[in-house]
Design a binder for this molecule. Sequence first.
Ligand code: NAD
Length: 488
Amino acid sequence: MLKTLRLPALQLFINNEWIDADNQETFDVLAPAEGRHIAQVSAASAADVDRAVRAAHHAFTEGPWSMLTGAERGRLLWRLADLIEENAEELAQLESTDVGRPINETLMAEVPVAAETFRHFAGWADKITGETFSLPPVFGDNRLSYTLRQPLGVIGAITPWNAPTMTTSWKIAPALAAGNTVVLKPATDAPLTALRLAELALEAGFPPGVLNVVPGRGQIAGDALVEHPLVTKISFTGSTAVGRGIGEKAGVLLKKVDLELGGKSPQMIWPDADLDKAAISAAASFTYNQGQTCASTARIYIHRDVFDEMSKRIVAIIESIRIGQPLDTDTTMGSLINEKQLQSVLSHIASARSEGAELLTGGERIDRDGFFIQPTVFTGNADSLTIAREEIFGPVGLLVPFDDDDEVLKAANATEYGLTAVLWTNDSKRINRFTRALEAGVVWVNAWGPPHPAVPWIGIKASGIGEELGLAGLHANTQLKTVHVVSA
Ligand code: NAD
């Protein structure tokens, strides 16, 4: 039984205090599935962002945070993971309400992954080491050469609306484990769980200035964060278009930057695979979170020998999806995030129709409050369809037949993006060939599964620069320094 929804503090969280924006500005937060506003959140100005960055910088250079050992930082992160678990139902309700996605997804996957991420990086906090080198003497004197891995300073984190609890944990946990401080700008479309996480961080006992949250508009608060001279690194997850702009600014300012961006990922199914599981996975990959998932593999290539059979199975699964209110535990698909996103998905559907794709099911807006749409399946020639190239970020899948491995490998890589790819086959020779040749940061074989914090998450090509999660993601939050100590 779900509890009544409790909203978190709706202000800026700076230096462990909740404050209004300096110009008193706010923005409205929508519950997409109800199509109505449920909260007004303070909108940070550039001056507010400056205050948050200065608090984070003070905590990093002079505050108690700078004195803590790795083990002490780890204990705080572990405590935050405990609090996330203790408040899992509330966080899941908040995310489901804020994003419009089913409670089963947020309670079973998103919030547990967030807790696990803090726990994973809590374990790393006292194990950050450099290397030592055995080198010849210098000018006749002995030397000891080694590297240090040091924190970067203030990290500016900018997150998207589609999976806010999880993506926030991916940014905060490794950054804090490595000894940095953070200023987080959550997405205006779904800021509520980031604010709740700030409340929990306060309860966990993080010192002032270590984590600051500045909700606000991308072009005001986001921009101010990117450009702030005391921010050493920007860690951004969001669209490729915005990511390019941030990458350009970071390049000019010579700041470190991680960009986790959009995708248009392929899924390939051969007749030797477990076709029951493949059909479920294919359907889930473009309907989970209403298809608003960067890892969605909505370009589904099916070997011609099983194409008709698999198309029928996938369509049957899609037609059994239960569309409804996010907090209803029977719901398997909720609402898109807003009217703009709904219109964007509808325009992709219209383009597929006009470009000659065959509609197998769905295709229409659902007539009710909110931004509901039928899960939709097309088949057609990927070469001539815009929906085979552009990220839709909605529940629209494209089924494409293929005849041989060379053809499907070429088709899979024929995209500007490179985030994920899924293979369904038990042929080890094919698996070895494809896992190497696919231009994707993350490849799954015989599943479309959730990320794990121990394993890096990587986008290549237009899907991003840098790594999150795993040891690589931890190291991305550190600065390597070389030291030579010479003594007679
Ligand atoms: P978006 O790019 O519109 O916004 C992302 C964040 O950037 C928001 O907080 C926004 O306010 C902020 N922003 C906007 N303009 C800015 C600017 N000029 N300067 C600084 N910040 C600015 O993306 P979205 O619509 O929130 O999210 C959907 C996108 O995110 C999709 O493309 C999806 O594929 C991608 N995504 C990628 C991953 C990944 O791991 N690769 C994960 C989740 C989502």
